[in-house]
Every structure is written in C-alpha cells, then in structure tokens.
Write a protein that binds this ligand. Sequence first.
Ligand code: A3P
Length: 297
Amino acid sequence: MIIEEKKPRYTMHNGFRMPMGFPPEAFSSGLSYQPQPGDIFIAAYPKCGTTWVQYIVWLIIHDGEPLPPGKRLREAIPMLEGFGKEFVAALPSPRAIKTHLPYQMTPYHPEAKYIHVCRNPFDCAVSFYHHTKGFMEDYDFVNGSFDEYFECFIAGEVDWGDYFDNLLSWYEHKNAHNVLCLTYENLKNNPQEAVNQIAAFLGSEYLDKVKNEQILNKILTNSSFERMSQDPNRWATPRPDNMPFIRKGQIGDWKNYFSEHQTKRLTEKFVQRTKGTDLEKLWSNLIPCLAAEEANN
Ligand code: A3P
C-alpha cells in the first residue's frame, strides 16, 4: 500500500509522471521535436543503463576519445524531454539524443535510429530507489525506505510511468529496421559484443572504427564501470558523495533488498504483463522465481 506522505514528490504533466522540478515547457517542446535522418536516439526506462549506452555511443562517434575536460554528457547527449526541441535541434551532427519516453511518445522518423536498452525490473527498482533518494531536491525522499519505494514502483506510480508500459512499448518494435534492443545484462556480460552491435547498427563507418583494436579498447576502457565512476560529475547533476549516480553496476543487487513477498509480487506482475511475448524468457536465468513460474505454465 502506498502511504501518501511517504511517497517521493512528483509532478504530473499531461497525465505523465515526472520528477518534481522538471520543466513542463521543455517536456512539451521535446515531444514536438521533428527528428532528422541520422538522429540517434538512446531510449530507456530510467536506471536501465541509459547513461552507459549514451557514453558508448559518444565514444564510438569520437573514436574512443573521452568527453573533453569540463564537458558533461547531459549536454553532449541531452535528454529530449528535459532540454526541449531547440536545444536538441542545435546539436552538431550526428545528433545523439537521450529519452526515457515510451515508444509512442518518442518523436519518430524512419531514417532516425533508436537504441533501446532494458534491464530486469528487480535491479531497475533497486537502482531507481537509490536514484530517488539521491536527487534530494527533486524527490524529497532522502529518508525513504525501499519498502515505501517498492509500492510506488510496482504500482507504476514513479517518474516516467510504469516500467512495463515502457518496456513493452519498445520491445514490440524490436525487429524494426531502425530499432536496436539491448539488455543491460548482455552489456555487462559481454561489453565488446554490445559495442560491436551498436556500431554495426549505427552504420558501416562506425563498424569500421570499432574494427580498429586501439579504438575498440579505448571505447571499452573509457566506458567501463571503474572509469566512469572515477568521474562522478560528468553524468548527472551533483549528488551527495555517498550516493553516486554510477552506483554499483551489478546484476542481482536486488537480492539485497527484496523480501520474499516483494519478489513474488513483482514476479507475478512480470508474468502477467509479459505473457505471450518472448520477454518472458529474457531474464529467467537471473531470477529463479521467473524460471519456476515458467516451468509451472
Ligand atoms: P546501479 O544503480 O544498479 O548501480 P541510467 O543511466 O539508466 O540511470 O542507469 C543507471 C544504472 O546504470 C546504475 O545502476 C549505474 O551504476 C549503471 N551504470 C552506469 N554506467 C555503468 C557502467 N559503465 N557499467 C555498469 N553499470 C553502469
């Protein structure tokens, strides 16, 4: 059950839940952006590896060279609904754009490319919980507990809406010529393969770059968890030192937070929402109870 006064603060914009303090004008403006051929969208539900994929894309475009000193990723690859259309339209080409929007709200062009990254909902919930605690001015949830946050997450009453709505909206288009669907877990288990996949999707000029071993190694080193966590202020607005944005970067941290009952409830929601899709099998090796559910069906 959600206890109103213990919830993080949000604001509703045209029926869509956003963090408090998020500019509604930029949100509306971003949604009306007219994509151009060659635009590269990096789309993900929050906490599913957006920043990581953004940086990989930046590194592929820039031959593995890190962001120059003082440059922030959030300005180099801005969030569409956070910065608005003028800011995005003024980016140098090739334009790379971040969004947390579901597919149907993301501006579409058949010659734009859309990279979607998803992550199992259990780790996503834990990561989102820490995110929500850490951006104090946005959410006012610094003392919130995981149990309180979990109720909001499973009800879909968190910013950018319900996890499953977002996941299903993109996954339905996974075979489209201009959509690439990745998982955080595959990225983590085999970053080199993921970098190759992204480069191949972006086009032959990028694939040629990553065939160069030196460039490939620079991309992998500069986008590693270790390297990215050494540079905390490049990825997000400042956070307290003990709540870094690049936090743990692990698969399975959820086991340190979920009670048995919470595990059962989110598993049930997962099974119910993904029935009839091959998403059912995507994470069954990571989440034993999903495998058990599958065996029972
Ligand atoms: P955790 O909170 O589980 O550590 P997003 O960018 O979509 O907000 O996702 C943030 C999550 O991605 C955080 O997860 C963060 O640590 C993780 N992440 C960011 N860069 C990473 C990297 N280079 N390797 C592994 N995980 C990374």
